[in-house]
Design a binder for this molecule. Structure first.
Ligand code: PMP
Length: 411
């Protein structure tokens, strides 16, 4: 038999997709660290804080009491009650039990929703730069991601004109994320209202909002989720959230959403033939997270705010780098346009943000992620979910390395 017929051939559906470039960069940085290099990794999208004790205790109690069996497919009745209470208490949204769902992370919620709603060729409008997974989830579901470039001039936010221009008869969803990964930009009521106006003129377009960074907002930014702004939109809006970021529970895997019952039911069909219910122990922990004390969140957000200032000020002090002050999440998205074309001491020209990030890892021992990964070259993303000491050290290393670069003639 010809060896090639025995070698693995991936399905067409995923043939062009790779595992996340962020994970590849983190793997390279971790390998250097194991070799003894003092590498600081500012690539990860997870809080460095620990899961609070009352949440861990709820999981331990669930294990001890034998609550370790399958639950209802898309969340136990108690889980759904906690989700409905959360939406009512924090967002002013009333959902019935059949209008909420729980899955193994917000990522699975997004995946379920796309698999449940997209036919081959259906389009999903996604403002870019955006979280890397959105495009590939849409593609796996047979859809076509339609990136709409949003630049720094609008705070990386989608404008109603750009939305209107991107809508076609095949548009199924507009997918928004606030505060955003990777830019940290957030949408306020005044940003959402004109976009909702466009959606009213285009009733075939549904809205999916990823609110996973809801609790990480600074300077008194007034958070709002679109479904709460407009009763008419409720009929075609899926509000996605999860416990990963707010409660430092990335490894527990629990995301949830609220939306119209027929969509929620279709999402359960997808989940029933993939992962079944989210872990029963994790659900016990997530119920404790949503029902329990919320006051510790303010303290954590205050530490993130101080780190944001440290990072944004530190980056802006480096010649060739400029960084907008983000409203939320734990990312700074900095322009490195001023360093593109520079030459390193070894005589290598930095032709792109990818070149710069690869060089920073080698020359400064700092891992950051190129903007190209998120759909906007000429930038890079710094995750500041790490200690002040590490951030200070990383900024000093980046500044020292950049000071050795030879700038383009005339600069
Ligand atoms: N949405 C965004 C914008 C994210 O950054 C992430 C995590 N990186 C997720 C969703 C996924 O969250 P979860 O851990 O709940 O799957």
């Amino acid at each position: 038999m010809d060896i090639s017929t025995r070698s693995f051939r991936p399905a067409d559906r995923i043939a062009d997709l790779g595992v996340s470039e962020i994970l590849a960069i983190t793997a390279r940085a971790s390998a250097l660290k194991r070799e003894g290099r003092p590498v600081i990794i500012l690539g990860a999208g997870e809080p460095d804080f620990d899961t609070p004790d009352h949440i861990k205790e709820a999981a331990v109690a669930a294990i001890r009491e034998g609550r370790t069996k399958y639950t209802v497919l898309d969340g136990s009745p108690e889980m759904k009650r906690a989700i409905r209470d959360k939406f009512r208490r924090e967002n002013g949204l009333e959902f019935k039990a059949d209008e909420v769902t729980a899955a193994a992370g917000a990522k699975q919620i997004l995946y379920n929703a796309m698999m449940a709603s997209l036919n081959e060729g259906d389009e999903v409008i996604i403002p870019t730069p955006c979280w890397t997974s959105y495009f590939d989830i849409v593609r796996i579901a047979g859809g076509v991601p339609v990136g709409v470039p949003c630049d720094e001039g609008t705070g990386f936010r989608l404008t109603p004109e750009a939305l209107e221009a991107a809508i076609t008869p095949r548009t199924r969803w507009l997918l928004l994320n606030s505060p955003s990964n990777p830019t940290g930009s957030a949408y306020g009521e005044n940003d959402y209202r004109p976009l909702i106006g466009v959606l009213h003129r285009n009733p075939h377009v549904w809205l999916m909002v990823d609110d996973i960074y809801e609790h990480i907002l600074y300077d008194g930014f007034r958070y709002v989720t679109p479904a709460a702004l407009d009763a008419g939109l409720r009929e075609r809006c899926l509000t996605v959230n999860g416990v990963s970021k707010a409660y430092a529970m990335t490894g527990w895997r629990l995301g949830y959403a609220g939306g119209p019952a027929p969509l929620i039911a279709a999402m359960a069909v997808v989940q029933s033939q993939s992962t079944s219910c989210p872990s029963s122990v994790t659900q016990a922990a997530a119920i404790a997270a949503l029902d329990g004390p919320q006051d510790f969140l303010a303290g954590r957000t205050a530490s993130f705010a101080a780190r944001r200032d440290l990072v944004v000020d530190g980056l802006n002090a480096i010649q060739g780098i400029t960084c907008r002050k983000p409203e939320g999440a734990f990312y700074a998205f900095a322009s490195c346009e001023g360093l593109i074309g520079c030459v390193t001491l070894q005589g290598m020209r930095l032709d792109s943000d990818r070149d710069l990030c690869a060089w920073l890892l080698e020359a400064a021992d700092v891992a950051v992620v190129p903007g190209a990964c998120f759909g906007l070259p000429g930038y890079f993303r710094v995750s500041y979910a790490t200690s002040d000491d590490e951030l200070g050290e990383a900024l000093a290393c980046i500044a020292r390395a950049c000071a050795t670069l030879m700038h383009k003639a005339g600069e």
